[in-house]
Design a protein around this ligand. Structure first.
Ligand SMILES: [Cu+2]
Length: 176
């Protein structure tokens, strides 16, 4: 009894997700969703569809506070832009050197990536030493026609699954 109700709930939730996502398969997401704090992580952002059927021509990712180094993947057919910002005060980096500037935003421009194909965009980052913290990576997807903003951040106690266009998120685990 309980199982069948759960199952129906899942179907309703899935149907709602499809509607709120313009009949899309999925959102722009990041893998892994959990990673050890204070470590290097290879993040992979997946773009599963265009903007309402229109091909993707750019993916811009805003990096959250606390990431001291970031390196985007080189992708044939895409130009990479790296915008940095100055820190208010220098901080000590992982290798003991002083860091004054960090990557603020990364953008890949090119493609176009057709709506019926997917692609992935990689980023190697140094994750902050903040176990338990959730790091949100707001993403703007630009298309030949239109734009999708994956920038919603859930309020406390709310799940990302309730949002129409959630920002990809990485949860920091205790480091070993
Ligand atoms: Cu979607």
């Amino acid at each position: 009894m309980r199982d069948s109700r759960l199952w129906i709930g899942t179907i309703i939730a899935a149907a709602a997700a499809v509607v709120s996502c313009n009949a899309a398969l999925a959102h722009v997401t990041v893998q892994p969703t959990d990673a050890p704090a204070n470590s290097y992580a290879h993040l992979v952002f997946t773009v599963p569809h265009g903007c309402n059927g229109s091909a993707t021509t750019a993916l811009r990712i805003k990096l959250p506070e606390g990431i001291l180094s970031a390196k985007p993947q080189m992708k044939p057919g895409w130009k990479v832009e790296i915008k940095s910002r100055k820190l208010e005060a220098p901080v000590q980096g992982p290798h003991g050197k002083s860091i004054t500037d960090v990557v603020d935003e990364v953008a890949w421009r090119g493609g176009p990536l057709p709506d019926n194909l997917y692609d992935t965009f990689g980023l190697i980052v140094r994750l902050p030493d903040k176990p338990g913290q959730s790091l949100y990576f707001p993403v703007v997807q630009e298309c030949e026609k239109g734009v999708e903003r994956w920038i919603e951040i859930p309020s406390a106690g709310q799940g990302s699954d309730k949002l129409e266009a959630p920002a990809p998120v990485v949860h920091l685990k205790a480091s070993h």
